[in-house]
Write a protein that binds this ligand. Structure first.
Ligand code: DX5
Ligand code: ZN
Length: 218
């Protein structure tokens, strides 16, 4: 496996200073941007205009995690704007392949996310249409929740297919990742670790990213 990737989640950052907060984690692999619509999840965050401004403010590739209804309509514009990776939820659409194709056609990597209670088996066949699988290790909607280790079986199943050469995919995990939980996720074969409160809830976000990276590398 390649070196572990760390994606700080700006959900736990100061929304009035997003440019500086991105700058504070300049060595990160991806910057994770949680888009919530108050329908798919019971919370509301930010949308396309903020992503467009962030794209101008940072060189870190943006990893947009869309926790929204109707991704067929709303996801492609994030790719057109210049997001590096655009992930939507399997539970939010009947035609994930069509959405993935539109995201890729618009120039971004396509990601599929599954909530903790959503099994991965029904989606294994279609994962070849995706560049990223985002395994949720908390119920989507809020930062600062506790890690759910039971979701790691999904990561292990997909890791096996990637290692066997049947899929080419970044396996990403989101929710409750900190220096206590990241090792078990790394052992399950995760490539990319999202961390919100464990990065922006500390006095030194850059040091927090380094600490997470070191622990994930084992
Ligand atoms: C939750 C979001 C996460 C959140 C993670 O719905 O998708 O990206 O920022 O926050 P922590 O790392 O604090 O669990
Ligand atoms: Zn997220």
């Amino acid at each position: 496996m390649a070196a572990p990737m760390i994606a700080p989640s700006i959900l736990s950052a100061d929304f009035a200073r997003l440019g500086e907060e991105a700058e504070a984690v300049a060595g990160s692999d991806w910057l994770h941007v949680d888009v919530m619509d108050a329908h798919f999840v019971p919370n509301l965050t930010l949308g396309l205009p903020v992503v467009q401004s962030l794209l101008k403010a940072t060189d870190i590739p943006l990893d947009c995690h869309l926790m929204i209804e109707d991704p067929a309509r709303w996801a492609p514009p994030y790719a057109e704007a210049g997001a590096y990776n655009v992930t939507f939820h399997a539970e939010a659409t009947d035609d994930p392949i069509a959405v993935a194709k539109d995201i890729r056609a618009a120039g971004a990597r396509a990601g599929l996310s599954v909530k903790p209670g959503t099994p991965i088996e029904p989606y294994l066949e279609i994962l070849r249409e995706f560049d990223t699988l985002l395994v949720m290790s908390v119920e989507p909607g809020f930062g600062g929740q506790s890690f759910m280790p039971e979701v790691l079986s999904k990561a292990r199943a997909v890791r096996k297919l990637v290692d066997a050469g049947e899929l080419t995919l970044v396996v990403e995990i989101d929710g409750g990742i900190n220096t206590d939980t990241i090792e078990q996720a790394a052992e399950a074969g995760i490539d990319c670790f999202v961390a919100g409160s464990a990065v922006y809830g500390t006095a030194d976000p850059a040091a927090a990213v380094r600490a997470l990276r070191a622990k994930a590398a084992g």
